[in-house]
Design a protein around this ligand. Structure first.
Ligand SMILES: [Ca+2]
Ligand SMILES: [Ca+2]
Length: 93
């Protein structure tokens, strides 16, 4: 990975803070868990979701898949978790 060499040594503390911030933002913006998205396309199919949520029905999946493209993306996933259609993967152990 390429770090930004011009920043190193100048404000290491700030860089660390920014890096931590970026990481946490990236995590919260990305509801899609790598555990769910097993093929890594960034979308969760019904089959992928059913691995983590065995009780998920096609009907509920249809509700989650608000644009009806047959896949659940980050945004749909976040909405589903918010609405309680899916348990939050981070709290579900
Ligand atoms: Ca996938
Ligand atoms: Ca969709």
């Amino acid at each position: 990975m390429m770090d930004c060499p011009t920043l190193i040594g100048k404000t290491v503390k700030n860089v660390t803070l920014v890096a931590a911030l970026v990481t946490s933002v990236a995590f919260s913006a990305n509801a899609m868990s790598a555990e769910i998205d097993t093929d890594g396309d960034g979308m969760a199919s019904l089959a992928e979701l059913q691995v983590s949520y065995p009780e998920l029905t096609e009907e509920v999946f249809g509700d989650i898949d608000t644009n009806s493209d047959g896949l659940v993306d980050d945004e749909e996933m976040a909405i589903a978790v918010e609405l309680g259609n899916l348990a939050d993967p981070e709290t579900d152990s």
